[in-house]
Design a protein around this ligand. Structure first.
Ligand SMILES: NC(=O)c1ccc[n+]([C@@H]2O[C@H](COP(=O)([O-])OP(=O)(O)OC[C@H]3O[C@@H](n4cnc5c(N)ncnc54)[C@H](OP(=O)(O)O)[C@@H]3O)[C@@H](O)[C@H]2O)c1
Length: 334
């Protein structure tokens, strides 16, 4: 079968993050390396990491021009000579390499290890948001499981990922204190049946969190906000607590009081999905991937609020940035 020479893609041409930082056009498809595959993309999703990346604020900076998008889904169209884990025709959830291609593209070249074959019950639309959030929800909740924690506090709890963590933790009998920033987000989470929901903007937030964390003996927080919220959460945790930082939605630093680290034994560490995947034992990781797929319509459900064509480019990112709690935004290929 002859391979396409070019693909339509949304390319990033500078790290300004403005409308003119993107172009939608034809991009040359590179020849496949031994361990690479060509995926005919079904959809590519937009995540907070993309909003940071397109402004040059993420942990990865590709040489430009590069196609945008880190995660998506599609069908394996061609494989390199030494590919063994996927085959042509497999439906996969996939992630982009750290160079060149991205998921906001009709075709994407990526490494085979960045593709997870989807089980029959998972649709390609569900698969488009499978790689990043469900696996991160498992990774973060597993910190509590592995460390025998009595529960966890989480910020940005009304996010797609936050809701997955709450549902998965419930299945694992781990109490969660959910922290959100708006009244309607408190109501949303309560309507989903989550018992402990606090608003970081309330006057008594720190006192309430401190009291509840003490009552439930919770000494672990996972934080996606940083800035003032992350700082308040760290301060409100009991003696000998740990905060795991995995996002910086506020784009502000956490302020750390040295005395809290020294005398109250507070700790901070980071979590990044890429490192967690690399560090998890392969057989354990495979079980996690299957469990997450089996529960894709329940614990790891993603609401998709809007679907755009690639031609929308920047408009889709701008819409997502202003409507994050309402659900994911996807680029769907024609
Ligand atoms: N470290 C990792 O490996 C990893 C992997 C996956 C995801 N993440 C991180 O996980 C977080 C959630 O991702 P997602 O895809 O679930 O997000 P999402 O569904 O798009 O939701 C984002 C949520 O964050 C809230 N938010 C935005 N800015 C905020 C701020 N300054 N303070 C408090 N809340 C704010 C939004 O609320 P509003 O509606 O009020 O704006 C929304 O509820 C992101 O920070 C993402 O980068 C990290």
């Amino acid at each position: 079968m002859s391979l396409p020479e070019f693909t339509k893609a949304i390319e990033l041409i500078n790290y300004g993050g403005e409308k003119d930082s993107f172009r939608v056009g034809q991009r040359k498809i590179k020849s496949l390396g031994e361990k690479e595959v060509l995926v005919k993309m079904y959809a590519g999703s937009i995540n907070p990491s993309d909003l940071m990346y397109v402004r040059g604020l993420y942990g990865i900076k590709k040489k430009l021009p590069a196609a945008g998008g880190f995660e998506g889904s599609g069908t394996i169209f061609a494989i390199g000579e030494k590919v063994s884990k996927v085959k042509i025709g497999d439906r996969v959830a996939c992630a982009a390499n750290y160079v060149g291609d991205g998921t906001w593209s009709e075709f994407m070249v990526t490494l085979e290890e960045n593709c997870f074959p989807l089980i029959e019950k998972v649709t390609l639309e569900q698969g488009a948001s499978f790689f990043v959030n469900p696996l991160t929800a498992c990774g973060l909740t597993n910190i509590a499981i592995k460390e025998n924690r009595t529960g966890l506090v989480q910020t940005a709890a009304a996010s797609a990922l936050g809701k997955m963590i709450s549902r998965y933790a419930k299945r694992k009998n781990i109490p969660v204190i959910n922290v959100v920033r708006k009244k309607e987000q408190v109501e949303l989470l309560k309507s989903e049946g989550f018992e402990h929901v606090l608003n970081s903007e309330d006057e008594n937030f720190e006192k309430d969190l401190s009291r509840l964390a003490k009552k439930l003996d919770i000494r672990l927080a996972i934080d996606a906000v940083a800035g003032e919220t992350g700082t308040k959460v760290l301060n409100s945790l009991p003696f000998n607590s740990k905060l795991v930082s995995y996002g910086a939605l506020s784009e502000e630093p956490i302020q750390v009081n040295a005395g809290a680290m020294i005398f109250s034994k507070k700790q901070i560490e980071g979590f990044w999905l890429s490192y967690w995947i690399a560090e998890t034992e392969p057989s354990e990781f495979s079980k996690i991937v299957i469990d997450a797929q089996e529960n894709i319509s329940t614990d790891f459900k993603t609401e998709v609020q809007k679907i755009y064509s690639l031609d929308a480019g920047f408009e889709a990112l701008d819409f997502y940035k202003n409507n994050m709690t309402k659900g994911k935004v996807l680029f769907k290929m024609e």
